[in-house]
Design a protein around this ligand. Sequence first.
Ligand SMILES: C[S@@+](CC[C@H](N)C(=O)[O-])C[C@H]1O[C@@H](n2cnc3c(N)ncnc32)[C@H](O)[C@@H]1O
Length: 354
Amino acid sequence: MSAPTAAAHSRALAPYEDAPDPGPLLALNFGFARARVLGTALELGVFTGLARGPRGTRGLAAELGCDTASLRALLAALEELGLVAGGAEESWTLTDASRAHLVEGGRGYLGDHFADVLAEWDQWSGLTELVRGGGHGGGELGAPENRGLYPGMFAGIFPVGVRTAFRVVRELSLPEAGRVLDLASGAGEWGIALAAADPRARVVAHDFPELLTAARERAAEFGVAERFRFVPADFTRDYAGDFPKAPFPGGCFDTVVLAHLSRFAGPDATERLVQECARLLRPGGTLLIVDVMRQEPGRPALHRPMIALSLLVNTEAGGVQEESAYRAVMEKYGVTAKESVTPGLITVLTGERR
Ligand SMILES: C[S@@+](CC[C@H](N)C(=O)[O-])C[C@H]1O[C@@H](n2cnc3c(N)ncnc32)[C@H](O)[C@@H]1O
């Protein structure tokens, strides 16, 4: 029998060579490793260490209590991800992005947020079963009925949220904010943006005490803290069986903000939340609903379908609802839906209390 010819080899190879490039699939398959590399670097304090000045691997390893060779491997991966530089000279430095967002104590620090997201790891492992069998993973993420205390996750995203809040408040034709309730305020970016736009505005920030500590610091950072009141809440305990009933008389606010709570709580709780917001607003007052509602233009890194899956695995009842659903609920409880803008992942919908 004669040996296969070069032509036969080429014929055998052709289906492999002609197939679409599997590169993007391989990158996707390995996506979890990127998140783990970032999480490990944050846990070890790599970025905070390098913020003190350029370092060789050996020096940094001694400082952080790491094995030199393993740390070198981690740093090489971080360099590939654009999070450190200087590997060729073995003199590691931060990049602009890591200096801005990954150094502990910095204003733009996102590490606490990333750590809480990474802690969802096990919940996400259940996705296959959830897709097969339906239902929700039932994590505790943010659902008010479900002890959603995650200061890292919710206050830690302030550096991202505050940019959007200021931009949207500038863009929307809102009346003067006046007496504002920021319900489930987190670190308070919406109340802060409204207070900055209206020098006479007074804001009540309402959230877990742990979150209000962050809101207090951020309000001070923007010079509006003296116009803030911080009212602690534990929706689960305080409003048990009757969530949400905020401890304020009806009609006592000119503006109520409901930002990034509904999608965690789900459609039924959203209905009760909107009803409560309507109760708290004076006639003519403004309701601002901020949430992930529709396909965002430009598809930033975290896009709507991923958020929807995250709510499936991490909450009891959460989900992404269409803007039309929010408009319908507003209408039902005496709020006329008005303007909406979608500056990225989120939509901001305004309404006027009738
Ligand atoms: C996704 S964050 C939104 C924060 C803020 N409104 C924003 O736009 O960034 C949801 C907020 O609801 C608060 N929250 C959830 N469950 C709560 C509960 N049981 N009692 C008080 N606050 C709660 C969380 O602490 C968190 O700050």
